[in-house]
Design a protein around this ligand. Structure first.
Ligand code: NAP
Length: 316
């Protein structure tokens, strides 16, 4: 349930009262955002979060980062918490860390970052460099323990995950995991999920990119691994596919008011999914995305209809 403090901040945000449909404000006030439990601990996380590559990264590297302050404020004031970043997303991690501390919301954010120091074209991580990268993440967020660090793109898992396991043992990390987006290395990700004591994975899944549901999610459910969904819009792919079409009326029946909510609700509906983390650089998009975490999620029949609708669209 969103607190009164949060709600007041929320309504005041960037004229949110005029930006937001009244139904959304009421739903957040009354029911809060839909959450899912992290299987290993039962900790509940809102099903919509925020990613920080793509457009977020572009702004983080620009002159004026104030729109990102509005985005992070919208995330927290709207009742969200999960923020996904990585040392390789340019200035995103550093800028977000500064903003979070400036806003005094470190404790409201579930901070998910990554480690990867394998050089381009190489295959081995230097353990000292990996430790130094992780310490930089600690200094950016100013929070110890960090909620989650994952081995980025399953690069040199033996070296980098060993360090994460050690840090978790020392109480400096709450959760550890591994990420991969693509498809060709799903078997490798599956091996890590079966063979290592990880708490989370991050993987690509979208209404037009459903392979993870067949190849990865059953293992996550079987092994009690939480799932962060990456690239739920295919970055620009799904936006080009729907073009200027309106959201179909039958989707509006379950409270879908925008294409972002259509795509996020589809991804969040899979029971293996913990949190969907689209990136955005705009506060009103953040609020739109959080709107996917209120009301109903599509049932199996509706998910099938959504997938068939998108499959029938011409590819851009
Ligand atoms: N291997 C890995 O570990 C890995 C790989 C890929 C991604 N990730 C994580 O997953 C996150 C999400 O993936 P992504 O950033 O690649 O792609 P994405 O979330 O599928 O798409 C982001 C794009 O959608 C736009 N957008 C966001 N909300 C919108 C809305 N409500 N209406 C219209 N447009 C909207 C954003 O532009 P605006 O700024 O205009 O909103 C941005 O261009 C990443 O940021 C990253 O944190 C991890």
């Amino acid at each position: 349930m969103i607190s009164r403090r949060h709600y007041l901040k929320y309504s005041a945000l960037a004229g949110a009262a005029t930006l937001l449909p009244t139904g959304l404000i009421h739903a957040i006030q009354h029911d809060g955002l839909i959450t899912r439990a992290v299987p290993k601990t039962g900790e509940k996380l809102p099903i919509v979060g925020l990613g920080s590559s793509a457009s977020f990264r572009r702004l983080a590297e620009g002159e004026d980062v104030s729109p990102l302050l509005d985005v992070i404020k919208a995330l927290v004031d709207g009742g969200g918490s999960v923020f996904d970043t990585a040392p390789s997303y340019g200035a995103s991690e550093e800028v977000a860390g500064r903003i979070v501390q400036q806003l005094g919301v470190s404790d409201d954010i579930f901070w998910a970052t990554k480690v990867n120091v394998v050089p381009r074209g190489g295959s081995r991580a230097d353990p000292d460099a990996a430790r130094a990268q992780i310490e930089r993440s600690f200094s950016y967020i100013g929070k110890d323990p960090i909620d989650l660090i994952q081995v980025h793109n399953i690069r040199d898992v033996p070296t980098q995950l060993a360090i994460l396991k050690e840090l978790k043992e020392e109480g400096r990390l709450r959760y550890i995991g591994a990420t991969y987006t693509g498809q060709s290395r799903f078997p490798e990700l599956a091996d890590v999920m079966r063979g290592e004591p990880i708490d989370f994975i991050g993987v690509n899944y979208a209404v037009d990119d459903r392979s993870a549901a067949a190849q990865i999610f059953p293992i996550a459910q079987d092994r009690g691994i939480a799932v962060l969904v990456y690239v739920p819009f295919g970055r620009t792919r799904l936006w080009s596919r729907v073009g200027d079409r309106s959201v179909p009326e039958w989707a509006r029946e379950i409270g879908i008011e925008s294409w972002a909510q259509f795509f996020i609700k589809f991804a969040a509906a899979h029971p293996a999914v913990t949190t969907v983390t689209p990136a955005t650089s705009k506060a009103h998009h953040m609020l739109d995305n959080l709107g996917a975490a209120v009301g109903e999620l599509p049932d199996a029949a509706m998910q099938k209809r959504m997938a068939e609708y998108v499959d029938a669209l011409p590819t851009a």
